[in-house]
Design a protein around this ligand. Structure first.
Ligand code: GLU
Length: 393
């Protein structure tokens, strides 16, 4: 769809939580190889404006390799993996320093978080990374994220911060992700080659035609180009997050989007919370099952969490964060959810009060076996007659 909605920038104004990604080409001056400070100050000004409006802000920043390579005297052109790892180590410290200086001048605490692909793909690490980001935001810090390029090797790296940023948006339930780079959005064809190339303002479905517009994926060592941005859009919209591809080289790039500058918006069909529940409900093979008593079933039907007290059994092998089925005493699956304990720990605390968890396990976990935000009731058809009467129509 090429048409533009009247208030396309609304997600940026209204999102509770926003992830902004800046590319190396914006941050690092091509001639001097140094940070483009004057521009960065305008971006930071924009980010702080969002925070003042009460929006949670996370920045995903590239630039480590671009900054470090010059300092190490590496020649222009493609780098070997070890060279880019070394460059990232040198550049990241400079990048972090610049953010600290610029943000602390405004009394904002900056937090550096370096992630690897595994931190978003492995359930356990994903949960840890998510918890860290949640705590940082709750404590008022501004997380600045990059890939941990120094330790990430070829097969286990993102290589592009577009997809990394989409994972971060998914992980943190952000409603809006803005990718700022040296392109202003998606065109129907290469505007440098085809005079009739049209600018695409809004994408509601990522069709094969849209993918074809992105062209071929860039090499795994460079940043990903438009193909990586489309992959990022897939991840973001599946998580219920709006994604915007916009030109970042102008001063105040975010304010510019709000003022109506051309950019491409990818629009999701669900909210992050609904998308997450769809994803939980759609798990093909739950790792295990938890059986509950009648009191717990009533609580679930009223929209409450599942507490250890209402659990009567645990089956299968599962870990914290895995999807499990929730069964009634007769073995009917009534819900699915992300469980907060492993099968062994669940068996130890079932039937007990949440206040006893620390004594029983030796650590203070969550009060809930499955928190209501992580729990989806299955459709009416799957719920037994008696319980179904309590379900909303
Ligand atoms: N993580 C890389 C860096 O900081 C950038 C990856 C990208 O360009 O997307 O240099």
């Amino acid at each position: 769809m090429t048409a533009r909605s009247p208030d396309s920038a609304a997600p940026l104004r209204l999102a509770r939580r926003i992830v902004v990604k800046v590319g190396s080409a914006l941050l690092v001056d091509a001639d001097s190889g140094r940070i483009n400070r004057a521009w960065l100050e305008t971006l930071i000004d924009d980010l702080l404006r969002l925070r003042r409006r009460g929006q949670g802000v996370i920045l995903v920043s590239s630039g480590a390799i671009a900054l470090g390579r010059r300092r190490l005297g590496l020649k222009p052109g493609a780098l070997k993996l070890e060279e880019s790892q070394a460059a990232a180590a040198v550049g990241q410290i400079r990048l972090a320093h610049a953010y600290k200086e610029l943000l602390e001048a405004h009394e904002v605490t900056v937090a550096q978080v370096l992630l690897t692909l595994e931190d978003s793909e492995r359930r356990r690490r994903y949960l840890n990374a998510r918890a860290t980001l949640e705590s940082l935001l709750a404590l008022g810090a501004l997380p600045v994220i990059n890939e941990n390029d120094t330790v990430a090797t070829a097969e286990i790296r993102y290589g592009d911060n577009d997809r990394l940023a989409a994972r971060v948006a998914q992980m943190t339930g952000a409603e809006c992700l803005v990718l700022l780079s040296d392109v202003d959005g998606l065109y129907s064809a290469d505007p440098n080659k085809e005079a009739g190339a049209q600018f695409i303002h809004e994408v509601r479905h990522i069709t094969p035609e849209i993918e074809a517009m992105a062209g071929r994926p860039a090499s795994q060592f460079g940043s990903g180009g438009m193909a990586a941005k489309i992959m990022a859009a897939r991840i973001a919209v599946a998580a219920g997050c709006h994604l915007c591809i916009a030109a970042g080289s102008h001063p105040h790039p975010l304010r510019r989007i709000e003022e109506g500058a051309d950019c491409t918006w990818f629009v999701p069909t669900a909210t992050p919370a609904a998308a997450r529940k769809q994803w939980i409900a759609g798990t093909l093979r739950p790792a295990g099952a938890i059986t509950i008593d009648g009191g717990a079933l009533r609580a679930l039907l009223e929209g409450r969490s599942l507490l250890p007290a209402g659990v009567t059994g645990a089956r299968g092998r599962f870990d914290r964060g895995d999807t499990v089925s929730v069964l009634t005493g007769d073995g009917v699956e009534v819900a699915r959810g992300l469980v907060a304990y492993s099968d062994a720990d669940a068996a130890r605390i079932m039937g007990c009060q949440s206040s006893q968890i620390e004594d029983l396990l030796g650590f203070r976990g969550r009060d809930e076996m499955i928190h209501r935000d992580d729990l989806v009731l299955l459709p009416r058809a799957a719920v037994p007659e008696q319980a179904a009467q309590a379900l909303p129509p």
